[in-house]
Write a protein that binds this ligand. Structure first.
Ligand code: G6P
Length: 455
């Protein structure tokens, strides 16, 4: 059987269990990789003069190969084009997009360096699965170096309509680069349709059904929503609920309902709007004073990108403002942490919560929504409040869906969740649980790899 080679910018440490800072990608794949797999990417290190030669580590038969970045590469590729141009653009935040030609140059250089380091490790019949927006040009770089085997790409974040994408100066180059893959995967049908439309407009290639027909190649586009190891996460949550850590949490709540949010501290996650929503719950529905505690875990992320520093200061201010306005001497409504919390602890926290607030302004999928559902006790489940602009909303339509731009909608959904009868909570949760247990991480991986195998 052909060997699977995974390439992603972040490579998890062998056998990592991860925390909330890791992001969905590493977590979903980690449970799937089989012995014999090669996983290649960035070491996470920035060094003076990187050799370009990979370092190796092994874990349960999987080989992890990583290279370092120079500080110029880090600035142009990671901080620059990937996280200051592509990330805001693909999250519909044109106002936050910063573009510099030298950053795009650096992005191409690093993709070339990845291809150079990977080539000597490849066998002719390898199947390569490339992940996420950092590495769009990698297939082209590998093809230029002579690799003719199957290469697939999966985009973990949203794809945008042509009218948004056209703002990016090298939009056409990126579309052509995507057309060097055999399979291109997206989280939702909407992203898939937008990609096909952009491919048609920006490259001039013909689109037939879900395929782009290029000179001598057919690129198959698929929608393949990512999932979690639902049964595994449910088990961890049930076990975690009995630990001293969760007992401490319960003791601190003294019977109050817990509303929980957990994600990376990122402007795509809609944190200021959510804080404002919570403030409106407290001002419009004072009956909940002293009966609810909100815990926001926002793990610090991409701290070298200016917009993230601005957001952090804004959240510090908002959190202080809310607690200043509403606290009583024995009740602090908002608990705000910017540390990473281990997944096992998070699972227990989700299970202890009455409300899960997942209100990104845009999100490719959002696995926290799925984890929150999997973690609940079916006999006494919490309520999921979910942004209509998270990819997960396509599958989890029995959550309380809200427009995250409307803080009053968030406040009203929280009020509804706090008043919801146990019967309705159970009914909604049963439907959500089926969806989360149906579309798992394993299914996501199998669908993609089958498509690649058939290419
Ligand atoms: C998102 C992206 C991932 C990324 C993760 C963490 O989930 O889709 O590709 O790895 O965020 O971000 P970071 O910049 O720390 O890699």
């Amino acid at each position: 059987m052909a060997r699977l080679v995974i390439v992603s910018n972040r490579v998890p440490p062998p056998r990592a269990t991860g925390g909330v800072s890791a992001g969905g990608l590493a977590v979903a794949l980690q449970s799937f990789v089989e012995p014999g797999t090669l996983w290649f990417g960035w070491s996470g290190r920035v060094t003076e003069k990187p050799s370009g030669k990979p370092g190796f580590a092994d874990g349960q038969g999987v080989t992890y190969a990583t290279i370092d970045l120079s500080s110029e590469d880090y600035d142009r590729f990671y901080v620059g084009f990937a996280n200051s141009s592509l990330w805001p653009l693909l999250h519909f935040r044109l106002g936050l997009m910063r573009y510099r030609r030298e950053d795009f140059e650096g992005y191409l250089v690093v993709n070339g360096n990845f291809a150079d380091a990977l080539m000597p490790m490849l066998r002719d019949d390898d199947m390569i699965w490339v992940h996420d927006y950092h590495l769009i040009p990698l297939a082209l770089a590998l093809r230029e170096r002579g690799f003719n085997g199957r290469i697939g790409f999966f985009l973990h974040i949203p794809f945008v309509p042509a009218s948004v994408l056209e703002a990016l100066p090298p939009a056409r180059d990126l579309l052509r680069a995507l057309c060097a893959y055999d399979v291109v995967g997206f989280q939702t049908h909407t992203h898939l349709e937008d990609f096909l439309d952009c491919a048609r407009r920006f490259t001039g290639f013909a689109v037939e059904g879900q395929e782009v027909v290029t000179n001598g190649r057919r690129v198959r586009a698929i929608a393949d929503p990512i999932g979690i190891d639902a049964a595994g996460f449910a088990r961890v949550a049930a076990r975690s609920a009995g630990t001293a850590y969760i007992q401490r949490v319960r003791d601190s709540l003294i019977g109050r309902a817990l509303a929980i949010s957990a994600e990376r501290l990122d402007y795509s996650k809609g944190l200021p709007n959510r804080f404002e929503g919570f403030a409106r719950l407290l001002s419009r529905f004072p009956q909940h004073h002293r009966h609810i505690s909100m815990l926001q875990i926002a793990a610090r992320s991409r701290e070298d990108v200016a917009e993230y520093q601005v957001l952090r200061r804004e959240l510090d201010r908002l959190a202080g403002d809310i607690n200043g306005r509403f606290s009583q001497f024995d009740w602090v409504p908002l608990r705000y942490m910017t540390q990473t919390v281990a997944r096992t602890k998070l699972a227990g926290l989700f299970r202890a919560a009455r409300i899960g607030l997942v209100t990104p302004l845009r999100d490719g999928m959002n696995l926290v929504a799925k984890e929150f559902v999997a973690a609940q006790d079916p006999a006494d489940p919490g309520v999921l409040i979910l942004s209509q602009f998270a990819g997960a909303a396509e599958e989890l339509s029995d959550a309380l869906l809200v427009n995250p731009y409307d803080p009053d909608a968030i406040a009203e959904a929280m009020h509804v969740a706090l008043e919801m009868s146990i019967d309705e909570r159970r009914e909604r949760h049963a439907v959500l649980r089926r969806a989360v247990f149906d579309v798992t991480a394993a299914r996501y991986c199998n669908v993609f790899v089958d498509a690649l195998r058939g290419a």
